[in-house]
Design a protein around this ligand. Structure first.
Ligand code: SF4
Ligand code: SF4
Ligand code: SF4
Length: 356
């Protein structure tokens, strides 16, 4: 019989056991007691120190995965954008090192250089592509995080290190942007330092061990020589010599976890700007401006890009992808939990107490 999570999920331990953690890192930053942490030796999951846990539920309350039941809107509402562009960085160094049009990298570098923010939260990697949450203070640090990973990196851990920082940009996947929104709803202090949220299109990710310890060797690439991972109808690994190693996309899709199967967002609703490849041609990015703040940000950094307007067909490719993901996730949600979207797993009184 299919395993189902015990409801309501009121403990981070149940949540981790239910396999719905997408390793966003928010709970690590939110736990005052240091009971949760990211251990690079075990890069596919969070580590926990059960002795330090005081059962306050704070981690679960900020979790973008445990709280999806309350976000019926995300499963039903279409993406609404203020404006859309095709964009490509004018910076040759960025173009040679970043994915596609290098827009996210250039945007983050420009925001730092123009003093719009003090630091940027990003997903980086260490040797052998081990996930590394990064708080970047300089443009060079941003450049070091420029490649797409397609596996989880708990970047929001860095929100726990903002003592001497006033204004940050968070670059993250839709689940990570949802976590930042949760922190803001709960008025957790660190959320007041988030000046801009930049979302990255996400169909789904897998964990580190699936990508680097299973798929990369299966494709035949030496991980020590791996320099780029890409998804363009196939999963493609590139080595230092520029040689490519491919696998059918179904190999990647077969390793999708419940965390991503229940996730409704291809495009982040809560981001100020979203960036991705879908709907753009080779060497360019699609940029969706979602808020007035995003519009101001994009205008401030626009001089770093070549831009042109996408066609309605280009935009439809993004919206169709988002709609399909929402529908699939809505069906999976019911199957996984045995409860419908919007069915309250917690009554409001309990919810309010643990949200204090
Ligand atoms: S319940 Fe509280 S103390 Fe325990 S891991 Fe979660 S936030 Fe930390
Ligand atoms: S999804 Fe994020 S907040 Fe939830 S348990 Fe995983 S790391 Fe923590
Ligand atoms: S599919 Fe959703 S939960 Fe999974 S990595 Fe992407 S945004 Fe996060």
């Amino acid at each position: 019989m299919k395993w189902q999570p015990k409801l309501p999920i009121t403990s981070v331990y149940t949540l981790l056991e239910a396999d719905i953690c997408s390793l966003c890192g928010a709970c690590v930053a939110a736990c005052y007691w240091g009971a949760l942490y990211f251990n690079p030796q075990q890069p596919s999951q969070l580590a926990r120190e059960n002795k330090l846990c005081v059962n306050c539920s704070r981690c679960v309350i900020v979790c973008p995965q445990a709280t999806l039941w309350a976000r019926k809107d995300l499963y039903h509402e279409d993406v609404k954008v203020l404006d859309a562009f095709h964009a490509r960085s004018k910076n040759k160094d960025v173009l040679s090192r970043a994915q596609d049009g290098g827009v996210t990298t250039t945007l983050a570098m420009s925001a730092l250089e123009k003093g719009l923010v003090d630091a940027v939260v990003l997903a980086g990697t260490e040797d052998k592509w081990v996930p590394k949450p990064v708080l970047a203070f300089r443009a060079e640090d941003v450049l070091g995080c420029s490649k797409s990973k397609y596996f989880y990196v708990p970047s929001l851990v860095e929100l726990g290190r903002l003592d001497n920082v006033n204004k940050i940009m968070v670059v993250g996947l839709p689940c990570q942007i949802r976590a930042v929104e949760r922190l803001a709803e709960l008025d957790v202090g660190i959320s007041r330092k988030v000046a801009y949220k930049v979302g990255l299109f996400c169909a789904h990710n897998v964990d580190y061990s699936s990508m680097i310890e299973k798929l990369a060797p299966k494709a035949g690439v030496n991980v020590n020589r791996l320099v780029k991972i890409d998804i363009k109808r196939r999963l493609i690994f590139y080595d230092k010599e520029g040689k490519s190693y491919e696998l059918p996309l179904s190999e990647f899709e077969s390793l999708t976890r419940p965390s991503c199967l229940q996730c409704p967002e291809f495009v982040s609703r809560g981001a100020d700007i979203n960036v991705g490849f879908r709907g753009a041609s080779e060497g360019w990015n699609m940029v969706l401006v979602m808020s007035k703040l995003g519009e101001r940000l994009f205008n401030e950094v626009m001089d770093g890009f070549e831009v042109k307007k996408p066609s309605s067909e280009d935009l439809s490719r993004v919206y169709d992808m988002d709609r399909k993901k929402r529908e699939k996730a809505g069906n999976y949600f019911m199957e996984f939990y045995g409860a419908g979207l919007g069915d309250r797993f917690l009554d409001y009184a309990t919810w309010r107490v643990i949200c204090r």
